[in-house]
Design a protein around this ligand. Structure first.
Ligand code: ADP
Ligand code: ASP
Ligand code: MG
Length: 450
């Protein structure tokens, strides 16, 4: 088949949360005859329950398993497919039950548990769509998506996975209109299940779109597109109509949960447009993410991330010395702590680290180089937009709007579309609201935001 005419649509957990929303998905994929790949997440809440199972004691497992049974059998019953899927659901859940005899779980066993959400959702939705008369094929993502054995956050063997996808999917498209596959899960060289990190279904979809050279990658979620900030955190957010790839990737990296941070890269390489759309409002155009820059004079959105730890190292030995910074970063490398923002002065260096990636041993490691201060309870706020480098005066407006808020670090991102500051978590809500008011008030041009 001509693979340039296929679409890849990814539906997140909220888009497949119950029978009603699964029917919305059915309508969306039935809209025309374009060949479509459907990538689905686990039903809403399921992955969180699986995480809980991984971190629980044996005596709470049966109640968590019965919650999982209730969710899946409830959806299957409402879709009228319980008879044909009950055994499958029971088998997958009893596999989890057996694994929990080995608590606390190794990362490898955790991934067996974590993979069940997408294993179940993809099979239930496939069964339902087939029973509704759709011409649809099922692909087990563990057979095509191949990774290393870094369980719970595995690295994809990109070229191998793309080759597998191309071979299998193009064959299926000769026979079927739709192909469905679970996101987020993969397997290592020995066939053991792996996962791609929370939110990883977006990444699966992006990889598939790249392998098939799809006309568009659509990320279907529960809001109208990429918004000027997190709607759960502040009021008055607006939809951004268009964004550049670099703006979207900075936005997701700095906390906007609407896209998985890695999503964009496979699409960028192939120049595939990415559209973020609302399953509950499919007629809205959503947000289009494109390789070219658009509305360059603008700030497009304000993202933020909580649970940030700031580490500051002061040392006179930094003055005029070479090799000092390299020693600092070697310490982070040794403990495998990823660093986000870095600022330096003549005699000090400050870096930020995510709380869940922090290792307290870093204090001891760095103390041989100088005086170390650790500050917890911080947040990063990032203003994102091509305007940061293109428009004079944006930084002035940003700092002007934040009068009275203590800013402990400032970084104009290497990507040039991101200006990030670090504030204390207590000031986060006020700071984001002030910035949002400054840049996204009512007088904005509706061509860019709505
Ligand atoms: P899904 O289940 O579709 O993967 P997610 O919960 O992962 O959905 O992501 C969508 C959510 O991201 C939205 O409901 C919204 O609350 C949140 N969000 C945070 N920042 C933004 C933003 N800038 N634009 C849009 N949504 C955002
Ligand atoms: N189900 C996984 C998660 O909740 C992957 C995803 O939804 O993208 O993180
Ligand atoms: Mg998501």
């Amino acid at each position: 088949m001509n693979n340039s005419t296929c679409l890849v649509l990814k539906f997140g957990g909220t888009s497949v949360k119950d029978a009603e929303t699964i029917n919305k998905v059915l309508n969306i994929v039935s809209i025309d005859n374009t060949k479509k790949v459907i990538i689905v997440s686990a039903h809403a809440g399921v992955t969180n329950l699986l995480v809980e199972i991984c971190n629980s004691k044996k005596d709470t497992i049966s109640s968590l398993l019965s919650q999982l049974y209730k969710i899946h059998s409830g959806i299957a019953k409402d879709l009228n497919i319980l008879d044909s899927t009950k055994e499958f659901i029971m088998n997958e859940l009893s596999e989890i039950d057996v694994i929990t005899n080995y608590l606390p779980l190794s990362p490898q066993l955790k991934d067996v548990v974590m993979s069940k959400g997408e294993v179940l959702s993809s099979m239930l939705i496939y069964t339902y769509f087939k029973e509704q008369g759709k011409s649809i094929a099922f692909v087990d993502s563990r057979e095509v998506m191949k990774t290393n054995s870094q369980f719970t956050n595995a690295e994809l063997y990109f070229d191998l996975s793309c080759k597998n996808i191309e071979e299998q999917f193009l064959n299926y498209f000769d026979e079927y209109d739709l192909i469905i596959m679970g996101g987020f899960i993969a397997s290592d060289e020995d066939g053991r299940p792996t996962t791609l990190g929370r939110g990883g279904s977006d990444y699966t979809a992006a990889v598939v779109s790249s392998a098939l050279n799809a006309t568009e990658l659509q990320i279907w979620t529960d809001v109208n597109g990429i918004l000027t900030s997190d709607p759960r955190f502040i009021e008055g957010v607006k939809k951004v109509r268009k964004l550049s790839y670099s703006e979207a990737s900075e936005l997701s990296f700095f906390g906007a949960k609407v896209l998985h941070p890695s999503t964009i890269h496979p699409a960028v390489k192939k120049g595939i447009p990415v559209r973020v759309k609302n399953t509950f409002n499919p007629n809205d155009d959503g947000t289009l993410v494109l390789s070219e820059k658009s509305n360059i004079e603008m700030i497009k959105a304000i993202a933020f991330r909580k649970d940030v730890i700031t580490i500051t190292l002061r040392s006179n030995r930094m003055l005029g010395a070479y090799g000092f910074m390299s020693k600092v970063f070697q310490s982070f490398e040794k403990l495998k702590i990823p660093v986000d923002i870095v600022t330096t002065s003549e005699v000090s260096i400050s870096v930020t680290v995510n709380k869940n990636e922090y290792n307290p041993n870093i204090e001891k490691e760095l103390s041989v180089l100088g005086e170390v201060t650790i500050s917890e309870g911080n947040a990063i706020i990032s203003a994102i937009g091509e305007g940061i480098k293109e428009t004079a005066g944006i930084a002035n407006r940003l700092f002007g709007a934040l009068k009275g808020i203590n800013i402990s670090m400032v970084s104009v991102g290497a990507s040039e579309v991101n200006l990030s500051i670090v504030v204390s978590e207590e000031d986060l809500q006020r700071a984001v609201t002030l910035l949002h008011n400054e840049f996204f008030n009512d007088s904005l041009n509706p061509v860019f935001f709505e």
